[in-house]
Ligand binder design. Structure first.
Ligand code: NAP
Ligand code: ZN
Length: 359
């Protein structure tokens, strides 16, 4: 959908935007709001590249408004705060994830579940007071203090950035659905940005972790570097058959349409499959294995602000970060092509401050 030009705001900003469904990103001048009483302004240092950015650029979900500046795994340094802001100061290391506003009055917001507020404003591609939000592939952002996260001191900012979306998206369902019992067996379907962080949480919770992947080339690293206990190539029918009925939980991070049948087959009686991947078309729901094995399928959407802070603190304590490929801003289009082909180990992160400014 193309829009008339958005309302001009007081602060001049610069980033990279896609202007049509080709999804190709290029330099883009736009504007941001002035810092309000409750706002924090941050200079963006690094921004992770989530597959949701790619879905949005390509209008996979049918609700992209162009031009769009993606990016919702933002870390930066606070440069200015509004008068009501007491918890953040100039110079603080902070993060901003997928949400920048919610109604703050509904039942869900009251329970720290802003991620399920019906009036959530996303970091990019959301209508906001007559204009559109634009994301972190840009020089700075102004965000209400409620949606700003404190970044643990001991974590590197670049490798920590993906925790703001990939991290919380797998952490939240593991907690909510009780996928944390030590000794239980977790399957991680799809070894990309979300999947590789799920392995790390799984190991931190004391689980046995098996990766379920279409990419045999990822096997040795999954085990030697990421800490998985075993690796199952989903295209290998013999191995899949042998693994049937062995898993207590599966977290499905697959970004494309796929069959749930083999995944349900891997679960034990009472097994839980939680899907967080967002393919652009519905998946078929196989009823028989669900009914016959009293299995459960659930979904989950990022996490609330309180839980996101808890997740970051947990990562600080357990030294959990993403395995990243650091790129320059002008390498983003090649990175998107590689992300489309599941060819990333395991998250691209843009060195925004050092490469955007030099353009
Ligand atoms: P990613 O890095 O691209 O990883 C996705 C992985 O899925 C790929 O690495 C690949 O793993 C597997 N895959 C891709 N195409 C496949 C296919 N046709 N069949 C089977 N497996 C396939 O993506 P991501 O950033 O982790 O995001 C994953 C999904 O989660 C996306 O749809 C994204 O939009 C969604 N997401 C949801 C939330 C939420 O709140 N629910 C938050 C963030 C992202 P292998 O090479 O191992 O097969
Ligand atoms: Zn994301």
């Amino acid at each position: 959908m193309a829009l008339s030009p958005p309302t001009e705001l007081p602060l001049k900003a610069f980033g990279w935007a896609a202007t049509d469904t080709s999804g190709v990103l290029s330099p883009f001048h736009f504007s941001r709001r002035e810092i309000g009483e409750d706002d924090v302004s941050l200079k963006i240092l690094f921004c992770g590249v989530c597959h949701s950015d790619l879905h949005t650029l390509k209008n996979d979900w049918g609700f992209t408004t162009y031009p769009v500046v993606p990016g919702h795994e933002i870390v930066g340094i606070v440069t200015k705060v509004g008068n009501n802001v007491k918890n953040f100061r100039e110079g603080d290391k902070v993060g901003v994830g997928v949400i920048v506003e919610s109604c703050q009055t509904c039942e869900n917001c009251d329970q720290d579940l802003e991620n399920y507020c019906p009036r959530t404003v996303f970091t990019y591609n959301s209508p906001y007071k007559g204009t559109r939000t634009q994301g972190g592939y840009s020089d700075f952002v102004v965000v209400h203090q409620r949606y700003v996260l404190r970044f643990p001191d001991n974590l590197p900012l670049d490798a920590g950035a993906p925790l703001l979306c990939a991290g919380i998206t797998v952490y939240s369902p593991m907690i909510y659905y009780g996928m944390t019992e030590p000794g239980k067996h977790l399957g991680v379907a799809g070894l990309g940005g979300l999947g590789h962080v799920a392995i790390k949480f799984g190991k931190a919770f004391g689980l046995k972790v098996t990766v379920i992947s279409t990419s045999p080339s990822k096997e040795s690293e999954a085990i030697d570097k990421l800490g998985a206990d075993s690796f199952l190539v989903s295209k290998d029918p013999e191995k899949m058959k042998a693994a049937m009925g062995t898993m207590d939980y599966i977290i499905d991070t697959i970004s494309a349409v796929h069959s749930l049948m083999p995944l349900l087959g891997l679960l034990k009686l009472n097994g839980k499959l939680v899907t967080v991947g967002l393919p652009n078309k519905p998946l078929e729901l196989p009823i028989f294995p669900l009914v016959a094995g009293r299995k459960l399928i659930g979904g989950s959407n990022i996490g609330g602000m309180k839980e996101t802070q808890e997740m970051l603190d947990f990562c600080g304590k357990h030294n959990i970060t993403a395995d990243i490929e650091l790129i320059k801003m002008d390498e983003i289009n090649t990175a998107m092509e590689r992300l489309h082909k599941a060819d990333v180990k395991y998250r691209f992160v843009i060195d925004v401050a050092n490469s955007l400014s030099s353009l």
